[in-house]
Design a binder for this molecule. Structure first.
Ligand code: UDP
Length: 345
């Protein structure tokens, strides 16, 4: 089998590529603007990589869509700070550029595995979000945070319509706050404040001994899912052993790993303090509260609760997440500690 992964150096892409090379005999064709996270894949003869931008390298992409059996367009901006600061960039990349790839899959009759997002549910009030029943609830236009959710939702609908009208074979998957090694880059640049996702933001603060900031009190909740669990599920979707993934949408998340952002901060701080490699770090991060208006800007609006129903993935794929929250946080933190220590040597 040949798989085309666009954005193969990203958080999901690099982990998926490593797993495919380890556990299967499949060939991967990959493109990304960077290659730092796939250093361990590059020497594998089943890994064919080109460094490049999907909005420029049109011919390479069309040729490889034609050549491959499965197409996974994973290139997207997925950090809330960017939705607020550069909403057009989010629309252009996440919607416009990806629509072109979707259309190539229609043209060449290829199976498309597309990353939707837990953000499409927005401020839905359902206790568990159901892929086929829950309403998708977004805020006003002036809150530009919703451009990501709206772009992804519209693309979900377009893909669905291509399936309905033109027989496009597709599966949509919705990651719920996946965490793990290589999630985001750590940053100490105040210009980029808030530009990584919450777990990496907190780890950056801990390493620098700077305050951990809880946006609007930190009572909002998320279900954190360890990357290996997410990749297990993606592998089952790619394999599609029971031939029942076509036209389906799957939530991929861990409903048992729910925590408030405040709990997350305290857990990470404790794991950090207890880790042997941090005993010489003198400066301790305090946990403070900030207003979202100051942290992200006026265009931000939050989601209080986001719990996936994973009944469909359990039933159709026989998949269940295994890694509990504390283990997921420990493994993620350990990766960043190792990297930070290596860099300081
Ligand atoms: N958040 C926070 N402090 C930070 C970064 C994020 O309190 O330094 C909050 C943010 O407001 C949101 C939650 O943490 O409620 C999760 O944010 P993330 O960026 O991971 O993405 P989301 O789950 O909202 O897509």
């Amino acid at each position: 089998m040949k798989i085309l992964i666009l954005g193969v150096n990203g958080f999901i892409g690099n982990s998926l590529a490593a797993r495919i090379l380890k556990d299967t005999d499949w060939e991967i064709y990959g493109m990304d603007i960077r290659a730092d996270k796939i250093a361990n894949c590059l020497s594998n003869e089943r890994f064919h990589f080109v460094e490049g931008d999907i909005s420029i390298n049109k011919e390479w992409i069309e040729y490889h869509v034609k050549k491959c059996d499965i197409v996974m367009p994973l290139v997207a901006i997925a950090t809330p700070a960017t939705y607020v600061r550069e909403p057009l960039k989010v629309f252009e990349l996440d919607f416009e550029e990806n629509l072109k790839i979707v259309r190539l899959c229609v043209k060449y009759n290829k199976r498309l595995l597309f990353p939707s997002t837990s953000e499409v549910y927005g401020m839905c009030n359902d206790p568990e979000f159901n892929e086929d029943e829950s309403p998708l609830v977004l805020g006003p236009i002036r809150k530009q945070r919703w451009i990501y959710s709206a772009s992804k939702q519209l693309l979900d609908r377009v893909i669905w319509a291509y399936g309905f009208q033109h027989g496009l074979r597709f599966t949509l998957f919705r990651p719920f706050n996946w965490i793990g090694p290589k999630l985001d880059e750590l940053t100490s640049d105040p210009e980029k404040e808030g530009s990584s996702r919450v777990v990496t933001q907190f780890i950056s603060s801990l390493l620098l001994g700077e305050p951990i900031r809880l946006v609007d009190g930190g009572n909002q909740k998320r279900c954190f899912t360890y990357i290996d669990d997410g990749i297990d599920c993606l592998m089952k979707i790619i394999e599609d052993k029971n031939n029942n993934c076509n036209g389906e949408i799957f939530n991929i998340g861990n409903p048992n790993n729910e925590a408030t952002v405040k709990e997350l901060a305290h857990k990470l701080k404790k794991i950090f303090k207890e880790h042997p490699s941090t005993k010489n770090i003198k400066k301790e991060s305090e946990i403070i509260e900030v207003f979202s208006r100051e942290f992200y800007g006026e265009g931000y609006q939050d989601i209080n609760r986001r719990v996936p129903s994973i009944k469909k993935a359990e039933k159709l794929l026989g998949w269940k997440p295994k890694v509990d929250l504390d283990t997921a946080l420990k493994k993620t933190l350990e990766y960043y500690l190792e990297t930070a220590l290596k860099n300081s040597c």
